[in-house]
Design a protein around this ligand. Structure first.
Ligand SMILES: [Zn+2]
Length: 390
């Protein structure tokens, strides 16, 4: 249970936020057709099947109830508050993607655990979000950037919504085909490489070029960036991550310029690798899986899913699940730009809390201490259950 003093403080802050915000900022498009669900500090969706007639009715609810978790349906219904689900009469659903840093198997998480989120977590999931839009939704599916909206989840991820007439009617099975394509499921490298020609005595392995469309071009670009980057930080993959043994990896890294040049021309065997076909097939398979780990496929495939309402406050952080523009996402820093409560300070007793950077300033690490902190920092620590007010 969340300490009641923390609940009191955050309820007051949340109410002040919802009083100040415009109804249209928090009301989704076609509010009257959506199902809403709300949670308390213990459960993200404690009750659902709620409907509002319009934006101002929704805002009134927020001011009165200051819910720490607020979700709405990506679907539109004839009667959004009816139940069971079938009685709602489904009219269509946006295509949504839920990306979360905790599902990315990042190295930093081994150090700070899954419940904490660091700068590397936030940057990695942001990169994946940009990649989903720039590498898949726009070039491969042909959605325009105007149909795609992005919001920070309020904690450790991003939500991407595609609002396009063609996607509204897709059923779960068709949505699954989209997530499977993005995950590279069923990709057969034979389609991209001239393996048969090699068998017939041809010397050079011809394969995909970075300029090719679809997965072919993505593999070519992915392998070039992997062999030319040895850093392994952020979301960059290393060759060993891709299942390449150390000796081969060393050989590839030391010839990386030549390899990258070769691949850019479609020639894939600048370095001799035994069992080439198996090698590249395993690289491709591993890469496809890594690239899509951040996306929760169940969310996309579910045509009745409830997802955080953009521009509402997240009850685990006190940050705003802010809408972010495509042009602004590269520079978006959630620990600065999504801060809601800049005024005042709160005194906390903290047993243990990792270091965090908020609003460009470094705080902690804290251990058995009492600290007077800016409201947004104190709220973040309290809602993460790492400190109590004194
Ligand atoms: Zn991290």
């Amino acid at each position: 249970m969340l300490d009641s003093r923390i609940a009191d403080i955050s309820n007051n802050l949340f109410t002040s936020y919802y009083k100040s915000v415009d109804a249209d900022e928090i009301a989704p498009k076609m509010t009257e057709r959506r199902e809403f669900g709300f949670g308390d500090y213990e459960k993200k969706i404690a009750f659902r099947h709620i409907a509002f007639k319009n934006a101002s009715e929704l805002k009134r609810y927020f001011v009165e109830k200051h819910p720490p978790f607020a979700s709405y349906s990506s679907a539109m219904y004839e009667r959004p508050d009816a139940r069971p689900m079938e009685a709602k009469v489904w009219l269509g659903s946006e295509l949504i993607f839920d990306l979360d840093a905790t599902d990315m198997h990042l190295k930093c998480q081994e150090l700070h655990g899954r419940s904490w989120v660091c700068k590397n977590c936030l940057n990695s999931v942001k990169d994946e979000t940009i990649r989903l839009v720039e590498d898949f939704l726009v070039p491969d599916f042909g959605f325009s950037k105007g149909e795609i909206s992005i919001n920070f989840s309020g904690n450790r991820g991003y939500h991407v919504h595609v609002d396009n007439d063609k996607v509204m009617q897709l059923d779960s099975r068709q949505r699954r085909q989209i997530t499977e394509y993005i995950a590279g499921i069923g990709i057969n490298p034979d389609r991209f490489f001239s393996f048969e020609d090699i068998g017939r005595g041809r010397k050079t392995l011809i394969g995909p070029k970075p300029t090719d469309g679809g997965w072919a071009g993505k593999f070519a670009k992915g392998v070039i960036s992997t062999v030319t980057s040895r850093d392994g930080s952020r979301s960059e993959l290393t060759l060993t991550d891709l299942g390449v043994d150390k000796t081969t990896a060393k050989k590839l890294y030391s010839n990386n310029a030549e390899i990258a040049l070769g691949i850019s021309l479609g020639t894939w065997d600048k370095v001799s690798i035994p069992r080439k076909k198996e090698f590249w097939a395993s690289v491709i398979n591993k890469m496809a899986i890594e690239q899509s780990d951040s996306i929760d496929k169940n969310v996309t495939n579910d045509t009745h899913h409830l997802l955080r309402i953009p521009n509402t406050i997240h009850g685990d952080t006190g940050l705003v699940g802010m809408k972010v523009s495509m042009s602004g996402i590269q520079d978006f820093d959630p620990m600065k730009d999504a801060i809601a409560f800049k005024r005042g300070t709160i005194k906390l007793k903290i047993e243990q809390c990792p270091q965090l950077v908020m609003n460009g300033e470094l705080f902690g690490p804290f251990e058995n201490t009492e600290e007077e902190l800016p409201t947004y920092v104190a709220l973040y620590i309290m809602l993460k259950r790492l400190g109590i007010p004194i």
